[in-house]
Design a protein around this ligand. Structure first.
Ligand code: MG
Length: 417
């Protein structure tokens, strides 16, 4: 309730706010409380019910709301819940805007007077989204698709969109349920059933989302979960169309390889989908995406959109090539990751050490997020964690031997006093 009230203060008490939630059991309770806070702060509220995060963001802009609130804990376990704020243009709140909300939460301002209390109504916003997404979109072939929504918010969208496009859909975990049949993060250990079913049913592709469907991952027709960086590269090549593509500092070089093949260029930002969205807006990019499966299609909107991502994957398959063939044609690099423990007081000193090391290596250095040094053979990224006492090292090389050598050398230099 206090959070709803804080948002109304942020919007200066006269805002229109769209509220939605995913399928978590605590969603309705949180929604009631949040709406109560918004109303007592003088806001007009539209309740969208269970919707994917991208639908909430999309409808916030389309209905000319001042803000949107999505009640979800995304890919986290079902017992978790949280909120994510969206601006009137359908973009995630920036860290600065979130800080402002937190600052207001610390205060205890008066609620509005009785004659200024807001009102709420319900609206089904799904048809608005369906209409926009399907406009001008068609497939030439009839695909067999296995869809696993993790019983999350995508259950109400992705299977229906695909059927609308003539696909034969086999749905797993695709009825809304706060007691999901699998872990909500679309990672290998949670997708065994999907991979198995794709193979058994001779499907063309398997699609999975996280709990709030701002992410999408794929399984190829051979039942292999597609490497996330390679999948990102395929979509970036298709959607980039020779223009600008935005991705994060930790994404594989395979993205550049694929995008540059079509004459496009890649811009890298800090990790986090809001950073990708901001860069997409600033550079008028054709596409933006993170390797976790959060993909932004600026031609429609600036929110990462899992269901739309699923449609784009099918459009790519429409060329007639199998997904496994397209994936296997991309270059194979080796990515290695390691965390080293480091107290927050020592982080600066360790980063300085790496800055010196990076300079000596003579590559191209970027300090957008941590320090990243790019060399002909590959790249090294060293990032201090913002929340935990550790530093993350990522190395990608065209050859495994090179990557191992660089990782070992980096760890040695950073851990030697
Ligand atoms: Mg999510």
């Amino acid at each position: 309730m206090r959070l709803g009230y804080a948002l109304s203060v942020f919007l200066e008490k006269s805002g229109k706010v769209l509220v939605g939630r995913d399928t978590r059991t605590g969603g309705e309770a949180l929604q009631a409380s949040l709406v109560s806070g918004l109303l007592s702060g003088g806001c007009e509220v539209v309740e969208a019910g269970v919707v994917p995060t991208p639908v909430l963001a999309f409808a916030t802009r389309l209905l000319k709301m001042d803000a949107g609130v999505m009640i979800t804990a995304s890919h986290n376990p079902p017992e978790y819940n949280g909120v994510k704020f969206w601006s009137g243009e359908g973009m995630a709140f920036t860290p600065k805007e979130e800080e402002e909300i937190e600052r207001i939460l610390q205060e205890n301002p008066k609620r509005v007077e009785w004659h200024e209390v807001g009102s709420s109504r319900e609206e089904d916003v799904l048809p608005l989204y369906f209409e926009e997404i399907l406009r001008g979109f068609s497939l030439n072939r009839k695909f067999r698709v296995v869809v696993d929504c993790g019983n999350g918010a995508a259950s109400l969208v992705t299977p229906l969109l695909l059927r609308e496009l003539g696909c034969e859909v086999i749905a797993l975990n695709s009825h809304p349920d706060g007691f999901p049949g699998r872990g909500l993060e679309p990672v290998a250990e949670n997708l065994k059933e999907l991979a198995e079913e794709v193979k058994n049913s001779n499907a063309d592709i398997g699609i999975a989302h996280d709990g709030d469907a701002d992410r999408v991952v794929a399984v190829d027709e051979r039942g292999r979960i597609v490497d996330l960086d390679k999948l990102l590269a395929l979509v970036a090549r298709e959607e980039g169309k020779g223009g600008t593509v935005v991705t994060t500092v930790d994404a594989s070089r395979v993205v550049e390889k694929a995008v540059e093949e079509k004459g496009g260029r890649v811009i890298r930002t800090k990790v986090g989908d809001v950073n990708v969205a901001i860069a997409c807006k600033e550079t008028h990019a054709a596409f933006g995406g993170e390797p976790c499966g959060a993909w932004i299609f600026p031609r429609i909107h600036l929110a990462p959109d899992g269901p739309l991502g699923a449609l784009v994957l099918l459009k790519i398959l429409d060329s007639g090539k199998k997904l496994s063939e397209m994936v296997d044609e991309l270059p194979q690099y080796v990515m290695l990751r390691k965390k080293i423990s480091c107290s927050s007081t020592q982080k600066e000193e360790v980063m300085k050490k790496f800055a010196t090391m990076a300079k000596e290596m003579g590559g191209e250095i970027s300090t957008i997020d941590g320090i990243r040094v790019s060399l002909p053979e590959g790249w090294i990224l060293v990032r201090p964690s913002g929340t935990e006492p550790l530093i993350r090292i990522t190395v990608e090389g065209e050859r495994e031997e090179w990557a191992r050598e660089q990782l070992n050398r980096t760890v040695q230099i950073l851990t030697t006093r």
